[in-house]
Design a protein around this ligand. Structure first.
Ligand SMILES: Nc1ncnc2c1ncn2[C@@H]1O[C@H](COP(=O)(O)OP(=O)(O)OP(=O)(O)O)[C@@H](O)[C@H]1O
Ligand SMILES: [Mg+2]
Length: 178
């Protein structure tokens, strides 16, 4: 059933409680799809990665080839949370500095340093990285499969856009009274 579903999808997320078999199942589905000739990107969003362990090779933040047969291929990525947060804050920094006069730039840097430790930053950075992975991953692959972190962690991540929308709308309503 899962294999049939995977054949009809471009993106699949595997979620569930800790230790139920997400990583093993995601890897098996990725392998099956590659054997059927698809170009697969297998992405671990769990900070406690174990794709590398399972595939018996080193996997990291830059994609590596895990399997190839004919046209089919599996590339693997274990998203590095720290690298993702650093890249995300660097990007936010460029935008903020554009908005601020030059004498306030050191304060922007100080703010971003603090933001790196703020609750929610990890999730925001991760979500943006996942969105980018879906957007650009499909240029090169036919199928993206996400091996996610245990459900509580992933549920918080998935709820973030809704929470952020509520928060941003509240802020905008205060800034722009109608
Ligand atoms: N279908 C299965 N039958 C028997 N054992 C399995 C099966 N799937 C996974 N396992 C075993 O269960 C254990 C946990 O599997 P896995 O690492 O895939 O779970 P997980 O959901 O990714 O865990 P975590 O939440 O810690 O990331 C492993 O030891 C694995 O070998
Ligand atoms: Mg796992």
């Amino acid at each position: 059933m899962l294999l049939n579903l995977a054949g009809q999808r471009k993106v699949l997320f595997l979620g569930g409680k800790g230790g139920v078999g997400k990583t093993v199942t995601a890897s098996a589905v990725a392998l099956h799809q590659a054997e059927a000739g698809r170009k697969v990107l297998l992405v671990s969003t769990d900070p406690a990665h174990n794709l590398g362990h399972l595939w018996e090779q080193s996997v990291g933040d830059d994609q590596v080839e895990l399997f190839r047969s004919g046209d089919g291929v599996v590339h693997g990525v274990e998203i590095d949370p720290q690298r993702t947060i650093d890249a995300y804050l660097a990007e936010v920094g460029v935008t903020l500095r554009d908005f601020m006069p030059e004498h306030l730039h050191p304060q922007v840097d100080q703010h971003l340093k603090l933001a790196a430790q703020t609750p929610g930053t990890h999730e925001s950075a991760m979500l943006e990285r996942m969105a980018a992975t879906i957007e650009y991953g499909l240029d090169e692959h036919d199928f993206l499969i996400f091996d996610t972190a245990p459900s509580g962690h992933t549920a918080r991540l998935m709820a973030l856009p809704e929470i952020m929308t509520f928060w941003t709308e509240g802020l905008l309503n205060r800034a722009l009274p109608v």
